[in-house]
Write a protein that binds this ligand. Structure first.
Ligand code: NAI
Length: 349
């Protein structure tokens, strides 16, 4: 079914507040989730509310975190997240990074001890809106086999990048370092759909098309995706003194505990290198160049990174955001689960 952006935001905020989250934090989480749903990134939208609400109800997401920003150098800092909602901690950290980059030209800000922060292009696009280049990486549950391995070690460790062009547009690239994000497996489960066989492996390390049999994900491009996942773990975990590799906490293990996850934002002010207008003109020019590349057979047009989601966004803005009926039914219900997700199995739903 289709739901307006405003209604969906309100429904999510109400549910998270009912679960115990501070109203202001619930508003930020709702904004991040609706940002994702409005672009068709349903794996990181309203679908997550049922799980978040249970974790909030069990205090595994801190209701009243004591966020502290520690400036560690002229262009660096750490936002101590106190295991509050990751969406809120990472937004605050990005706002600090934006401020520092405007003052010093560049900023590197880590977020320590936060919960899951959702679709991380939310943060990089926040920098692009301020005429800055944004880059962000974050840790996630260990569920990816390293190249040549049969056991999970790294998480789906996403990487996001955004660069501003003219007229409020930006190139925005945001990907898990796995063939697919774990949320896509959850989305396939919620729709009872099979998955392509190159996404994931079952308990024997064999490729599977059944989303309910998935035990580990595959990195993109073999050793290259494996290497990118390692890079994210070093920047968002080891560098911040947090648990790393397969010691990163699991989403579905003990929902009453904080997750202690890490994220790292890098913000660059283009003015340090070239005139901002020239930079934006050239980003816009490359977007146009890409759109005018001769399409390959089976394609109507080449999109610049992120443009595929703009197409979905335009439809959703005009006609409402597509939401799975079960998710809508949950959002309008009074239900807050207390034992649906705490399966202590990292691969349970
Ligand atoms: P995806 O595979 O759907 O897209 C990856 C990138 O490719 C996007 O920037 C997209 O715009 C671009 N793209 C796709 N098709 C395109 C086309 N035809 N032309 C041009 N560009 C195209 O994304 P993925 O890997 O499934 O990640 C989904 C979300 O999951 C991301 O927002 C990511 O941040 C989030 N995520 C969050 C995690 C967390 O722990 N917070 C963990 C893993 C992923």
């Amino acid at each position: 079914m289709r739901v307006s952006k405003q209604d969906l935001t309100k429904l999510i905020q109400t549910k998270l507040t009912k679960a115990g989250l501070h109203e202001d934090h619930a508003a930020v989480v709702a904004d991040v989730l609706v940002f994702a749903d409005a672009k068709g990134i349903h794996s990181h939208g309203a679908m997550r509310v049922e799980y978040y609400a249970e974790r909030i109800a069990k205090h595994g997401i801190n209701h009243e975190p004591d966020f502290k920003f520690e400036k560690t150098g002229p262009s660096s800092g750490v936002l101590h997240g106190d295991n509050g909602a990751g969406h809120v901690a990472a937004t605050r950290a990005m706002d600090e990074a934006i401020q520092i980059a405007k003052e010093t030209g560049v900023a590197v800000v880590g977020v320590k001890n936060m919960s899951h922060s959702g679709a991380i292009s939310y943060f990089t696009e926040r920098a692009a809106e301020q005429d800055l280049v944004g880059f962000s990486v974050c840790q996630s549950d260990p569920m990816v086999v390293p190249f040549g391995g049969a056991e999970a070690y790294y998480g789906t460790n996403p990487i996001a990048f955004a660069a501003p062009g003219n007229d409020g547009k930006c190139i925005s690239f945001d990907m898990a370092t796995t063939v697919q994000a774990w949320g896509k497996i959850l989305h396939a489960r919620s729709k009872n759909e099979a998955i392509p066989e190159d996404w994931a492996v079952d308990e024997n390390g064999e490729a599977t098309t059944n989303p309910f049999d998935v035990q580990a994900l595959l990195p993109i491009a073999g050793p290259k995706g494996y290497g990118l996942g390692m890079m994210v773990d070093v920047l968002a975990g080891v560098l911040l003194g947090l648990p790393f590799g397969n010691k990163v906490s699991s989403m579905y293990h003990d929902l009453s505990e904080g997750r202690n996850l890490g994220q790292l934002h890098l913000v660059i002010n283009p003015e340090q290198f070239t005139a901002i207008q020239k930079f934006k003109d050239n980003i816009t020019a490359s977007m146009s160049d890409l759109n005018h590349i001769k399409p390959a057979p089976g394609f109507d047009q080449v999109f610049y990174p992120g443009q595929n989601l703009e197409v979905i966004q335009a439809d959703y803005e005009a006609n409402g955001i597509e939401i799975v009926d079960d998710i809508y039914d949950y959002l309008v219900s009074d239900t807050i689960h207390h034992n649906a997700y705490d399966a202590k199995d990292p691969f349970a739903e």
